[in-house]
Write a protein of this length. Structure first.
Lengths: 240, 359
């Protein structure tokens, strides 16, 4: 028996494009819901969650970036694939900063779009699967505690930490590696997909953020260790 | 554009350098005057001391006077000629005042120059910014139908759909092409209107046949929208306008009303009457309407209150913008009102009235 089809919410104000995207997603076996503007998208999502949101940026009323931000603010971590007529790098960065998972400029190639949808869902399937049991849902290290289901944690100092989905995913990948070295490329591939970010520098920035959250002395990390020229190694027990 | 920018910035830099130069020169001149005058004073003081020494040494006053003409000798004492002293004083004062005035004037003129250039630069920056945002909007407008076209074509290529669905995709593509064509026409038209490059004729035109012509042209659209259109235009009404502009304006307003029915059918009523030297054409629809506050925003470029359109019709966000510009050129006006979403809308076009008996 097949698993129930993944629900995809398509938020697009152009009826032709919305219909075309929906037909193709259905043909691939996804269940599709449609929303024509930001407000109704937020209402739809409040009523029932979904596995992925395909979100147009230029919407009547509140734009796609704002929709994504308000989702993240209310703790909704549903992955978002932005579709937009603007493809310049600043716009791309804005999309990813507002909490998007991927970004596709119009006009796009159908197969690339479907590939990206599949990649995002696969990443999230892995993340959810890897955080499904009580044993894997919560990570404890050096007095820190992170719950991968709620993206919340508490650090060694007792401060509550609200992780972004990317931070949680990176932490998950590192924690799953069992103390082995994880290359920057591996992290990029597992957390973002292929060509979303221009460089591996991005990974470094996220590691810095994780250190600030969970290391007693971020300048001399004991858990998030840099392996020069290769990548990172995570030691739950801390470096001796 | 780059050459102009370089020229402007060079001028700005030169004016700035000139301002600094003039300021420096004025201060230098002032210092020089003060120096010269005080040197002269010192000279006179030396002459005075010499005269006194000569007098004290017993040289006759007349002899001392011929030797030192600027020194006056009275009762055996030497003193500087008051006229010379006053001349020195006034020379210094006059010069300094002159520098102050001229300097102030120079600096004022240069400051004005700077302000004018800075203002021009700012105005230009604003125009460029507007052009940029116009381009961004235009590119967005184009990319959506292009994306839809590409998606339909790739769907056909990837999936070999059954004939029924292939027909739907083909119709969608044709509609996208029509949308692109309309957009190109309207963008060119609005660009032409914005630059004022229109040959606008003002002639008396009979309103009723003009409206009939538009309605006949839109017959298929009216049927597609399942609209019930009524038109009551008295034949004696003449307006002053350009014939082409009149056609474009009426067509846009009627198309807008049809789109407002959103494919659900409804009424569109056209009526006209003369009032205060104007002819008013009223177009009412029973369509989707809009929030009362949006009435003015409707006529701005790229405003689409119902971007989904109705019944497969897509607005470009330029139609009503063009209407407003054309009505301005015709010295008429256009306005829109609605009691709210779902309550229909009323568009009012008003042209100057032309005498009915004129040909």
């Amino acid at each position: 028996v097949n698993a129930p089809a993944a629900q995809v919410l398509v938020v697009e104000d152009d009826p032709h494009l919305a219909a075309g995207v929906a037909e193709n997603l259905r043909a691939e076996g996804y269940a599709v819901r449609l929303a024509a503007d930001g407000e109704s998208a937020l209402r739809e999502l409040a009523a029932a969650s979904c596995a992925l949101i395909v979100l147009d940026v230029m919407l009547p009323g509140i734009d796609g970036f704002a929709v994504c931000r308000s989702l993240r603010e209310r703790g909704d971590n549903t992955p978002v694939l932005f579709l937009t007529a603007r493809g310049d790098p600043q716009d791309r960065m804005r999309g990813l900063e507002s909490g998007g998972d991927d970004y596709l400029a119009k006009p796009f190639h159908l197969q690339e779009f479907l590939l990206r949808v599949r990649a995002i869902l696969r990443r999230w399937d892995w993340y959810r699967g890897a955080s499904a049991t009580a044993a894997t849902a919560v990570l404890r290290f050096g007095g820190n505690e992170v719950d991968f289901r709620s993206f919340r944690g508490r650090n060694w100092n007792g401060e509550v930490q609200e992780l972004t989905e990317k931070e949680a995913m990176i932490l998950k990948v590192l924690a799953e590696s069992g103390g082995e070295i994880v290359s920057r490329e591996d992290l990029l591939e597992k957390v973002w997909g292929y060509d979303v970010f221009p460089s591996t520098r991005t990974v470094d920035n996220f590691i810095l953020r994780l250190r600030k959250r969970f290391e007693a002395d971020p300048a001399n990390p004991r858990h998030f260790l840099t392996v020069w020229g290769v990548g990172y190694r995570f030691l739950a027990a801390g470096e001796p | 554009v780059k050459a102009v920018r370089v020229f402007q910035l060079t001028t700005l830099a030169l004016v700035l350098v000139a301002a600094v130069q003039v300021g420096y020169w004025l201060f230098d001149q002032r210092a020089f005057t003060v120096e010269t005058v005080s040197a002269q004073r010192e000279g006179y003081a030396e002459q005075l001391a010499a005269a006194q020494a000569l007098l004290d040494a017993g040289v006759p006053a007349a002899r001392v006077q011929t030797l030192l003409p600027k020194i006056r000798i009275a009762a055996g004492r030497a003193e500087l000629d008051p006229v010379v002293a006053a001349g020195l004083e006034s020379l210094e004062r006059r010069r300094i005042r002159q520098y102050a005035w001229e300097g102030a004037f120079f600096l004022f003129a240069l400051g004005l120059c700077l302000a004018v250039i800075a203002r021009a630069l700012r105005a230009e920056a604003k125009v460029l910014e507007e052009q940029d945002s116009f381009l961004a909007l235009v590119s967005h407008q184009f990319k959506t139908p292009l994306a839809s076209l590409q998606l339909s074509l790739e769907t056909l290529a990837l999936r070999t759909p059954p004939p029924e669905q292939a027909r739907v995709l083909t119709e969608r593509m044709l509609a996208d092409l029509a949308r692109l064509e309309l957009m190109v026409t309207q963008i060119l038209e609005s660009a032409r209107l914005e630059r004022g490059r229109v040959d606008f004729k003002s002639e008396p035109l009979q309103l009723a046949p003009a409206v009939q012509h538009v309605l006949a042209h839109l017959e298929e659209r009216i049927r597609g929208a399942r609209a019930e259109v009524t038109s009551r235009i008295p034949s004696e009404l003449y307006v002053v306008s350009d014939p082409l502009a009149l056609d474009v304006v009426v067509r846009n307003i009627v198309e807008n009303a049809l789109a407002a029915l959103a494919g659900g059918g409804g009424r569109v009523e056209l009526s006209a009457h003369a009032r205060d030297g104007e002819v008013e054409l009223e177009v009412r629809d029973s369509g989707v309407g809009f929030a009362p506050a949006d009435g003015a925003r409707l006529f701005e470029k790229f405003t689409r209150l119902h971007p989904g359109g109705g019944g497969g019709y897509y607005g470009t966000g330029l139609g009503l913008f063009i209407v407003r510009r054309l009505m301005q050129l015709a010295r008429g006006r256009v306005s829109a009102e609605s009691e709210g979403p779902g309550k229909g809308a009323r568009f009012l076009l008003a042209w100057p009235q032309a005498a009915a008996e004129r040909p």
